[in-house]
Design a protein around this ligand. Structure first.
Ligand code: ZN
Length: 243
């Protein structure tokens, strides 16, 4: 039995709760999805590779450092193969305390079908997520993923990796998870509207009020101010290699 400090115990319990919820809501399948949280100075808790999110236990979570090296792990478990994109988010965003990666069906489907994720149909998505960034396709579990996340994470709280899944960030595990819920709910609404033949977006003057609400909440949580000015970012066809 591993001994943990109580703050770490709480963080482990939070991550496990979010993993179960991701499974229950169908945001992941099989062994997919991963969750991480900032534990302390150069220390992060991450979910293990090869354990379904429905079965993750608090002691399964692995402590790594900022370079991805394992600091402590139970019974031979290895960290998720998506560690590089999680660490990228922490490196670029000191305001971020947790990262959630899932495979939500509607968000992924819309990233493949066209540019509909940019439609302004859902007020709470405008406030909670801001513009959703869609990246070009990148091979899962490779440094291609880290690269496409690195391109957009500085200015976005919600990213959809085309053909693959979502990456949402927050101050804590619950905030990062609730952004995933908001993202997938918005994607479901957008998909439903599109299946009905489309509809008018929220009028610009009304969108401006929601954007102002988002700017206020960004200032309140001491997040980088440029988050409030994030451009709509749909880069499905942008080349994979940059620089
Ligand atoms: Zn994935």
């Amino acid at each position: 039995m591993l001994q943990h400090h109580s703050a770490e115990d709480r963080l482990r319990a939070d991550i496990v709760r979010v993993c179960r919820r991701m499974h229950e809501r169908g945001y992941v399948s099989g062994w997919a999805g991963n969750v991480s949280a900032r534990l302390g100075d150069d220390r992060f808790l991450v979910t293990p590779s090869g354990v379904p999110k429905s079965d993750v236990e608090p002691d399964d979570l692995i402590v790594i450092d900022g370079r991805g090296a394992v600091v402590s792990a139970a019974r031979g478990l290895r960290p998720t193969s998506e560690v590089p994109m999680h660490l990228c988010a922490y490196r670029r965003r000191p305001d971020v305390g947790a990262v959630v990666h899932a495979h939500p069906i509607h968000a992924v489907a819309l990233s493949i079908a066209g540019d509909a994720l940019a439609r302004q149909y859902v007020p709470e998505a405008i406030v909670v997520l801001g513009p959703i960034a869609v990246t070009p396709y990148a091979t899962p579990s490779t440094d291609e993923n880290e690269r496409v996340v690195d391109d957009v994470i500085a200015a976005h709280d919600a990213i959809v990796l085309r053909y693959h899944g979502s990456l949402t960030v927050g101050r804590d595990v619950d905030e990062a998870y609730l952004r995933l819920e908001t993202l997938e709910h918005a994607a479901q609404v957008i998909a439903a509207v599109e299946s009905l033949g489309g509809g008018p977006e929220i009028e610009a003057s009304q969108v401006a009020k929601l954007v102002a609400q988002r700017a206020t909440s960004i200032a309140r949580r001491a997040a980088p101010a440029h988050l409030a000015e994030a451009p709509i970012c749909l880069r499905q066809d942008a080349p994979l290699v940059r620089r």
